[in-house]
Design a protein around this ligand. Structure first.
Ligand code: 16G
Length: 241
């Protein structure tokens, strides 16, 4: 199967072959790849060569290892464009997945000075603090903490937030969502995040903070979310000048 005459290194050819077998769905996400020994026989190369190919695919995120269990095919990542201001519910529906919410807490608190400044309210004013695990086809994808000025929507209930928050804002309150400022940075799962997302402690996360405004420039939510870095990829098109 490999071309020993080719100038392409053997490990690279193996990587390409495994990549193609995943693309052709010979292997499925979550499935173990054949053992090192079996790959050595299939490709008729040394263990070192197989190991190098597998290591490269692990680094790339196409495969993942579980201690004492083996090497598995990773799930493909969700590709989330950074061009439109959409809600989690809309994103999942567009992909044909079932959006789900696991409400962890729903509280009313007094805003500290930093939060108040962002939401353009006075420190000490009341805000809702809502923690939700967002699910796609029952699989936890992100942990979100949403802060909402209480005075803007005093009628907000747990029932609303268990459905789509944006649907409530637009359809029930009749507000128009305009724009958001968003920052993304890397982080590692702490115990609470690992628990909520059913991932290992210190797994990689993409931390996102979104401050969203209505069309009349009133901030109505500050959302701090932790997306699973093994399942999410954010895409943007950028233009020169
Ligand atoms: C997304 C937004 C979040 C918003 C939520 C509303 C990001 C990073 N965050 O998760 O700001 O509150 O959608 O979703 O995209 P919902 O309408 O399904 O409740």
């Amino acid at each position: 199967m490999l071309n020993k005459q080719s100038p392409l290194p053997m490990y690279y050819q193996i990587e390409e072959d495994i990549r193609q077998r995943i693309a052709k769905q010979e292997f499925f996400p979550g499935e173990a790849i054949p053992s090192e020994r079996s790959l050595t026989e299939t490709y008729d190369v040394s263990r070192m060569t197989v190991r190098q190919a597998v290591n490269n695919l692990v680094q790339e995120g196409l495969l993942y290892r579980e201690k004492g269990k083996g090497t598995f095919i990773a799930e493909t990542k969700m590709e989330q464009p950074l061009t439109g201001l959409t809600s989690f519910t809309e994103d999942m529906k567009r992909r044909g997945l079932k959006p789900g919410n696991n409400l962890l807490s729903f509280d009313v608190k007094e805003a500290g000075s930093k939060l108040a400044a962002k939401l353009q309210i006075e420190a000490g004013e009341r805000v809702f603090e809502v923690k939700r695990v967002r699910l796609a086809d029952e699989v936890p994808m992100a942990l979100e903490t949403t802060f909402i000025p209480y005075a803007l929507m005093p009628g907000l209930t747990q029932a609303h937030i268990q459905q789509s928050f944006y649907a409530y804002v637009e359809s029930e309150l009749g507000l128009t969502i305009g724009r958001a400022e968003q920052a993304i940075e890397a982080s590692l799962a702490d115990e609470a995040e690992a628990d909520a997302l059913a991932i290992p402690l210190h797994a990689a996360l993409l931390g996102i903070e979104r401050l969203t405004f209505t069309t009349d420039n009133t901030p109505f939510e500050l959302v701090q979310s932790a997306y699973r870095a093994d399942r999410y990829k954010f895409l943007a098109e950028i233009k020169r000048n």
